[in-house]
Design a protein around this ligand. Structure first.
Ligand SMILES: [Zn+2]
Length: 327
C-alpha cells in the first residue's frame, strides 16, 4: 500500500492521515471504522510504517531499517492484537502495556494496532482506557472496528475517528486476492463480508469452502432431481448450517447463486461463483428472468422467516419447493 493507492480508494482518509504524518501531528489514537477489515489493515500498515520511518523526506521511505522491519512484521515497536478466540481479553491488553513500559526507554516511538476492537471484553476495554489516557512517550494506537457503536463511548471520545467508505464487491475481491486469498473464495467472501461473524478467521475459510460446496450441490439437484435435493438437505445442509447465524449465511450463499444465474443471462462477469460459470450458464437457459427473480425473493423471505424464529427445517423445505416451482 502506498499513499497514492490509498488516495485512490479512500480519498478522505488518505488526505487526513498523510497531512497528520507530514505535519507530525498525530493523535494518540485513531479508530478506523468501516465494514472492510482488509482496507483497515492496509491503511494501518501504511500509517505504522510512516510513523516509524526515520527518513527526513517522504514517509514511509520504504528503504530504511524501520520501514523494512515494519513491513515484514518484525519491528519491535509495532504490536498487533487480534481476538483470542471470540474476544480480546484483558490479559492481552495488559501484556501490551507491560511490553511497552519495558521498551519505553530504548525507543522513542511505539505503535499498536487492535483489530476487531469491538470484541474487547469490558475489562479489556477499561484497561485500554487508562493506557489511552496516559500513553508513555510517543505512542500511537490504531483501533479497527466494523461499527463505532460497539465501542465504549469513552474510548471513542479519546480517539480520532476515520470512517472508511464501502468498496464495491469487485474492489473487495481484488483486495482479497492481492492479500493471498484464492480467487474462488475471494469472490464469495467479497460478497458475504466477515460472515459468519461468530467463527474465528481461521475456521471461517474451511466453513465457507464446505458451505459453498453444499449450496452448489443443492442448487443443481433442486432443478434436476428434487428427491435428491431433499436428501442433501437432510444429510448435508442441516449438518453444516446449524444455528440461525450460520443458516442465514447459507441463505446468502444461495441468494448469490441465483443472482449469478441471472447475471449469466445478462452476460455479466462479476460472479460470486466464477468457477461455476458452466453450471450457471446451463441453469440460466432453463429459467426465465421472472423465475429467477421469484427464486431470489423466496430466499429473501426464508431469511425473514428465519429471523422470526420459524423452524429452520420447515423454512428450507418450503424454500426448495418454491424454487422448484419457480414461484
Ligand atoms: Zn523509512
Amino acid at each position: 500500500m502506498t499513499w497514492d493507492r490509498l488516495r485512490s480508494r479512500q480519498p478522505v482518509v488518505a488526505k487526513l492521515l498523510q497531512q497528520a504524518v507530514v505535519r507530525e501531528r498525530l493523535p494518540h489514537a485513531y479508530v478506523f471504522e468501516g465494514e472492510d477489515r482488509l482496507e483497515h489493515r492496509e491503511a494501518a500498515s501504511l500509517l505504522c510504517r510512516a510513523f516509524l520511518c526515520r527518513s527526513t523526506e517522504t514517509k514511509p521511505c520504504g528503504v530504511c531499517h524501520d520501514c523494512k522491519r515494519a513491513e515484514n512484521g518484525s519491528h519491535p515497536d509495532l504490536t498487533t492484537i487480534q481476538p483470542d478466540g471470540l474476544s480480546i481479553k484483558k490479559n492481552q491488553v495488559e501484556l501490551l502495556q507491560k511490553e511497552f513500559a519495558y521498551k519505553g526507554m530504548e525507543s522513542p516511538r511505539k505503535v499498536y494496532v487492535i483489530e476487531d476492537a469491538d470484541l474487547m471484553t469490558a475489562s479489556a476495554a477499561n484497561s485500554l482506557l487508562t493506557f489511552l489516557e496516559e500513553p508513555e512517550g510517543e505512542t500511537l494506537a490504531i483501533l479497527m472496528t466494523r461499527n463505532l457503536h460497539f465501542l465504549l463511548p469513552t474510548i471513542v471520545s479519546r480517539s480520532q475517528i476515520l470512517s472508511f467508505s464501502p468498496l464495491s464487491d469487485v474492489e473487495r475481491q481484488k483486495n482479497l486476492e492481492a492479500a493471498g486469498e484464492k480467487p474462488v473464495l475471494a469472490a464469495l467472501r467479497a460478497r458475504i463480508g466477515d460472515k459468519p461473524v461468530d467463527l474465528p478467521e481461521e475456521e471461517r475459510t474451511a466453513w465457507i469452502v464446505h458451505g459453498r460446496q453444499v449450496v452448489i450441490q443443492l442448487a443443481e439437484e433442486v432443478l434436476q432431481r428434487p428427491q435428491q435435493a431433499r436428501l442433501i438437505l437432510q444429510e448435508k445442509w442441516h449438518s453444516h448450517f446449524k444455528d440461525r447465524n450460520h443458516i442465514d449465511t447459507g441463505l446468502d450463499l444461495f441468494l448469490f447463486w441465483y443472482r449469478d444465474v441471472l447475471y449469466m443471462k445478462w452476460e455479466r462477469e462479476d460472479l460470486a461463483y466464477p468457477d461455476q460459470a458452466e453450471r450457471l450458464r446451463v441453469e440460466s437457459l432453463h429459467r426465465s428472468e421472472t423465475m429467477l427473480a421469484s427464486n431470489m425473493k423466496a430466499v429473501m423471505e426464508a431469511k425473514k422467516y428465519l429471523s422470526a424464529n420459524v423452524n429452520p427445517q420447515l423454512i428450507m423445505e418450503r424454500l426448495l419447493l418454491r424454487i422448484q416451482e419457480g414461484s
